[in-house]
Every structure is written in structure tokens, then in C-alpha cells.
Design a protein. Structure first.
Length: 67
């Protein structure tokens, strides 16, 4: 018996399952509702905003201590 013939019997994908009239159970690939670049931009924007606020508050605190 040919070993490749037996091994090829287990290489099933969506096309071979549809050929055998077996519905595929894997969900199709879906695109995320929010693009990745928007999430990365939002995270970087928040980090810059928090750093700016910390610099402003620390500057006003040092200014008050001086005078």
C-alpha cells in the first residue's frame, strides 16, 4: 500500500470538504472592526498626552516651591 495515499487522505481543507459535501466548521477570516493603526495611534497619543500633563504639573509645582 502506498503510504502517501494514506497520508493524503487526511489533508482536508475547505475545498475538499465541500467536494465531499461536508460543511466546514471553521469560521471564515474576519477583518477587525477597528484598524490596528488607529489603536496604535490612540495608545501613542495617550502616552504623549499623559507625559505632557506630567511635565506641566511638575513645572508648576517646582515654580510654586521656588517662590
Amino acid at each position: 500500500m502506498n503510504r502517501n495515499w494514506i497520508n493524503n487522505a487526511f489533508f482536508l481543507n475547505d475545498l475538499t470538504l465541500e467536494f465531499l459535501r461536508i460543511p466546514s466548521t471553521l469560521a471564515p477570516h474576519t477583518d477587525p472592526c477597528v484598524p490596528i493603526w488607529i489603536i496604535i495611534f490612540g495608545v501613542i497619543f495617550c502616552i504623549v498626552l499623559v507625559a505632557t500633563m506630567l511635565l506641566i504639573f511638575s513645572g508648576t509645582r517646582q515654580h510654586r516651591r521656588k517662590y
